[in-house]
Design a protein around this ligand. Sequence first.
Ligand SMILES: [Zn+2]
Length: 416
Amino acid sequence: MSTVNSAQEAVNTVADQAILAALQQTFAVGGAIINNATGEVIVAMHNNVLMPFLGNTTYFLPHDPTAHGERQLVDWYYENVAALNLPTPSQLTIVTTLDPCAMCAGSLLTAGFNVAVSAIDTYAGINYNSQFNFPSLPPQIRQQAQNSWAYYAIAAPVSRPYQGSMRPVFGGQGIDSSAYYLTASIFDASVNTVREASNNSGLDPSHLKNPATLPANSPVRKALTKLSPYALTVCSLNPRDPGAELAPPLLQTAQKAAQKTEVFNSVALLDPFGNLLVCLGGVENESPIKTAFMETTRSYAVMRWTLMNDPDPAVRAEAEQYLTHPKYGTFVFLYAPDPTTPQAVMTFGAYGSTMEGPVPLSYPSNLQYVLLPGNTTPQALSTLAQNLPPFYTQSVQVAPAQVLSQDLINAVKKGV
Ligand SMILES: [Zn+2]
């Protein structure tokens, strides 16, 4: 890979990635991991939320709502750190064209990278108010961000002063107005169409068919069962009000995950018929940001995209007719995220990116948990959700709620 010698060169490099993302018709954001000591560009990536559909260059379908540039860079780092003998995250900087969203900010802070940013995102960015006080982060984590993040200075005519820590690569430096303008305007030009494509894919529940009626050899049933052995084995009478039937899959999945990760958690996704579609634990032994929710939402989205992108039109039709958009489903966490951690910001952010817009039929909520971790209170969890950047509070309206069923709570308590 190349080496860069200034903030300007670093931002030019990630801006090239944002252009590739724009050409792919996904969110036009790019980033790179750069070695603080040498300026080496270790890897550069761009957003991959939307991917071309059947090689068609005019129709793009949500592929993975978590495939933001920065989140992918964090997972790439953990996949390659041993083989490439990479420095620690504190010796590296993720340079990005756009202020990270809640999911990416939580990912970057979990891993401990330095971060340097070109453009501000006043709607979904973690520094949406440009004050560098990070009101969306748990109070314990704000100082960490202030110590390791920076927003490069921008020369006239934009004339933005340098903001933040000197630790990121090329700390204290600035970029010219045209590089800044490119990174800001290319994102602005992409954001609304990508959000709409992400939020509007999939049939309304009144037109959806029930996957529990599919035969054993159907492509959708086989794909679901491959993801999770509990797929379509459990059905809740009311998809927004799961009962004790959900306890065994949640507990058994968490037990299995904990054998590898020592993290006892799982997340289930129910469809509008109440069917359990997917129930997964985390893979934190591979990467600390591969939590149960990240795995569940990503695996379901990629599986749905793969089937809807199948060369066989019958497979595509079945996926379209039987697999719900997650906004009509219900996510049920065994344990809610701990609101004092950056993973909680990441989790609520990833949920926001999964919805990409308002949630229909929102009562009681499609973001539910059975138990709270440690000394957490429902208020602490709600406060974290209510402090998120405007996209999450005004558009998605992230509102975690405990499941209503005392039977489910009791059944889970017996098993933990
Ligand atoms: Zn992001």
